[in-house]
Write a protein that binds this ligand. Sequence first.
Ligand SMILES: Cc1cc2nc3c(=O)[nH]c(=O)nc-3n(C[C@H](O)[C@H](O)[C@H](O)COP(=O)(O)OP(=O)(O)OC[C@H]3O[C@@H](n4cnc5c(N)ncnc54)[C@H](O)[C@@H]3O)c2cc1C
Length: 331
Amino acid sequence: MSGDIWVLAEQWRGRISEITYEILALGRDLADEAGVRLEAVLVGSHVRGLADTLGTADSVLLIDHPLLAEPVTPTYADVLAPLLADRSPAAFLVPLTNISLGIGTLLAGELRLPAVNFCRDAHFVDRRLRATCVLYGGKIEAEVTPRGGATAILGIWPHARPPEKGHSKRLPGVEEIAASPDAAPAIRFRRYINPPAGDVDLTKQEALVAVGRGMRSKENLELAEALARGIGGAVCASRPVVDQHWLPLSRQVGKSGLTVKPKLYFALGISGAPEHVEGMRKSDCIIAVNTDPQAPIFNVANYGVVGDALELLPVLTRAVEGRKRAGGGAG
Ligand SMILES: Cc1cc2nc3c(=O)[nH]c(=O)nc-3n(C[C@H](O)[C@H](O)[C@H](O)COP(=O)(O)OP(=O)(O)OC[C@H]3O[C@@H](n4cnc5c(N)ncnc54)[C@H](O)[C@@H]3O)c2cc1C
């Protein structure tokens, strides 16, 4: 066992994902705590140039092959498995994103390694790795210790560290690793299908009224539409609202939707699961309305109201309209 710390450097379409830098910063902390090396593992096709941006790591293990042009989970896991088995780092940190989350899980299954997902932090305690994981959409957390003596696969949640901490101007050493991906893989990538253009571009709105499952029915969304019209914004939603076809996918905010940064973000009947918060936490001002005082959305809200969104919405809309009639604008 090398005892080193490895980070999967996620790249897509020729760009390193921001989460890679967050995890490099976490990996750097871990490697420094343990006095070991930090290695970034970069997989793709024609990605050599990206290695130079990974200087927070001591070196980069590069697996570059035309058959690795798209991040097909089993293919990536197949080329990583022999390397991991051969070198046995102490931990392999994998971004928990739509692109990479399956890779760590497949590796753990294939190599029978301990795996922990939803980690937001990790440390060495008495020379043993200890991870802090988010459970139940962020309502509680757990501290876990992976079995020692084997590489621990840690699926790392976004925002484990600020991405700026993972950037470095230093040029890392690069070790090229030969790989021969299966030319007849279990799953073959065909093409990307872009979603139909949305009716509203959420990313350009200054005010958003976001609705969640707490709105209870599609009919109740009219209450949110009325407030959005009043403040000159648009309605967006958490995933359950879109899954139930109350709104189209173009209105979804979060991990599998859009990232928005409006000046004002109302979160109505939204619990504040990490996958949702990921897409809206950089809003200038967040106002949350939720019946549950323990809802995690209050952890990111600038203003919070413990109450029924269905009762509050008409009151808010009337107040906005009244203010506009009085000539004070919607603000
Ligand atoms: C890989 C992956 C990707 C995901 N991507 C996304 C994503 O892009 N976007 C996203 O949003 N989610 C995403 N999710 C789902 C996410 O984990 C949560 O399940 C989801 O965000 C919860 O939506 P919600 O807050 O509307 O519903 P819930 O978690 O059910 O919360 C409803 C909230 O409404 C409150 N409430 C109930 N009635 C009222 C009322 N009358 N007034 C006020 N409050 C009320 C409740 O107290 C509760 O807090 C993803 C999950 C996974 C695993």
